[in-house]
Ligand binder design. Structure first.
Ligand SMILES: [Zn+2]
Length: 383
C-alpha cells in the first residue's frame, strides 16, 4: 500500500512539475500531434522545432536566426527572440511573455501562443492539463446548437498569476532602475572627462532611496561599476515581474550647444534627434562579449517588427511627466518626450522609459550633473 502511495505521488507530482509531460494537440477533433514543452522561469515554452511538427508548412530562418517564420495550417507566423509579440497573418499579437532563444532555437510561450493563434484564426482554444483543443468558431457554434453563448475571446495576454514580491509585501509596487552603461562601457564622456556611467549610477542610487521612502520596492540593474549587457537589464525586470522599468542616461551631442532633459519610450523614431539618442545608447550592444549584431544597421533588422506595445501609451505619458518634473525641479529645458528604438526597452513587458537627464557634452550641464545636490534633485523629480 505504501509503495502504491509513493508511486501515486510520484506520478501526481510528475504531472504538476515534470519537464516532459506530453500535451496532445487536437484541432477540430483530430489529433494533430504531441508537444513536449519545457519550463522557462516557471512558464511552459515550446520550441519552434516541435511546433512545426504539428501543422507546419515551410519554415524560414532569417539571418543569424533573429527571426523565424513558419506556416501553421496555412497561416504565416513570425517570431523573434526576446520579443513578446508574434506576427500572425501580418498582425502583431502580444504573447504575454517574450519568445526566448536557447540552444534549441526559438522557444515560444505555449499558452500565450495558442491563445493568440486561436484568436487570430477564428478558433477557440481550451487548454486542459494534457490537451490543447482548437476548435473553429464555426464548428463549435454548430456543436452547441440551441445555445447562443460562445466563450468570449479576448486579446489580453495571459495574466501572471503570481504577483511580484513587492505587492506580496504590501508595497506599492516594484520598480527596476537601470543606471546606464558601466564597466568597460563608460557611456558618453563630457568635455572635462566626466563619465556618463558614474553620473547614472549616482542618480539611480538617489532615486532608489527616494522611492523606497515612498513604500516602493526598488531593484537596481547594477549598483557598482560593472558592464551588463542591455538585454540582461530588461530580462531582470521581466523576471522580477516589475511594475515599471526606468533607464537613466545622459545625452550627448558632437556639438557643445544642445542641452536639456528628455524622456523617451520605445517606438519607431520619428525625428533624427530621437534616432541619434537611441543610436548613442544602443552602441553598448557592440561591446558585449557575444554581440547579437556587428553594426548598428543590423539592429533595425532585429527590431523591425517593433510594434505599438501594450504599454506604449503608459510609457509615453510617464516619460512626459518625468521630463516635466525634472525640468521644473532643475530648470533644465524640457526637450519634449519622444519615441525611439532603444534596445534596452525592447523586450520589457511593463511600462518602460529611458530618461536622458541632461547633456553631458554641454559644459554647463556636465558641471550641473556632477554636483550631488543636482543628482538628488533629478532623483526626487523622477520619483
Ligand atoms: Zn547612455
Amino acid at each position: 500500500m505504501r509503495k502504491l502511495f509513493i508511486t501515486f505521488s510520484v506520478l501526481f507530482f510528475g504531472v504538476l512539475f515534470g519537464q516532459n509531460n506530453s500535451i496532445v494537440v487536437m484541432r477540430d477533433g483530430k489529433n494533430v500531434g504531441i508537444l513536449t514543452p519545457d519550463t522557462i522561469d516557471g512558464y511552459l515554452y515550446i520550441s519552434t522545432d516541435q511546433l512545426v511538427t504539428i501543422g507546419g508548412g515551410p519554415r524560414y530562418f532569417a539571418k543569424k536566426k533573429f527571426k523565424e517564420s513558419m506556416r501553421l495550417w496555412g497561416t504565416r507566423v513570425v517570431f523573434s527572440p526576446e520579443n513578446p509579440f508574434a506576427v500572425v497573418d501580418g498582425t502583431p499579437y502580444n504573447l504575454g511573455l517574450p519568445v526566448r532563444l536557447d540552444k534549441d532555437g526559438l522557444m515560444i510561450p505555449l499558452t500565450g501562443f495558442f491563445e493568440t493563434f486561436a484568436l487570430a484564426t477564428n478558433y477557440r482554444m481550451i487548454f486542459h492539463s494534457d490537451t490543447i483543443e482548437l476548435t473553429s468558431i464555426e464548428q463549435s457554434r454548430s456543436e452547441i446548437s440551441g445555445t447562443t453563448e460562445i466563450e468570449s475571446l479576448s486579446q489580453t495576454p495571459p495574466k501572471n498569476e503570481n504577483e511580484n514580491s513587492a505587492r506580496k509585501k504590501g508595497k506599492k509596487g516594484l520598480i527596476v532602475i537601470d543606471p546606464g552603461h558601466g564597466g568597460k562601457d563608460p557611456g558618453a564622456i563630457g568635455p572635462s572627462g566626466i563619465r556618463e556611467k558614474d553620473i547614472t549610477l549616482a542618480i539611480a542610487k538617489d532615486l532608489k532611496s527616494e522611492l523606497e521612502s515612498r513604500n516602493y520596492e526598488v531593484v537596481l540593474t547594477r549598483d557598482s561599476d560593472v558592464f551588463i549587457p542591455l538585454s540582461d537589464r530588461s530580462k531582470l525586470a521581466n523576471k522580477l515581474k516589475a511594475d515599471l522599468f526606468i533607464s537613466i542616461h545622459c545625452n550627448a551631442s558632437k556639438k557643445s550647444g544642445p542641452h536639456g532633459t528628455q524622456g523617451f519610450y520605445l517606438s519607431p523614431a520619428k525625428t533624427n534627434e530621437a534616432r541619434a539618442a537611441a543610436a548613442l545608447e544602443n552602441k553598448s550592444l557592440l561591446m558585449e562579449d557575444d554581440p547579437i549584431i556587428d553594426n548598428l544597421d543590423e539592429l533595425q533588422y532585429i527590431m523591425a517588427d517593433m510594434v505599438q506595445s501594450t504599454y506604449q501609451r503608459e510609457s509615453s505619458i510617464l516619460s512626459y511627466i518625468i521630463e516635466q518634473n525634472i525640468s521644473k525641479e532643475t530648470n533644465l529645458e524640457a526637450r519634449g518626450p519622444q519615441g525611439a528604438g532603444f534596445y534596452v526597452l525592447y523586450g520589457t513587458y511593463m511600462p518602460a522609459v529611458l530618461i536622458e537627464t541632461a547633456f553631458i557634452s554641454n559644459k554647463k550641464e556636465e558641471k550641473f550633473l556632477t554636483l550631488p545636490k543636482n543628482q538628488r534633485k533629478i532623483a526626487e523629480a523622477i520619483a
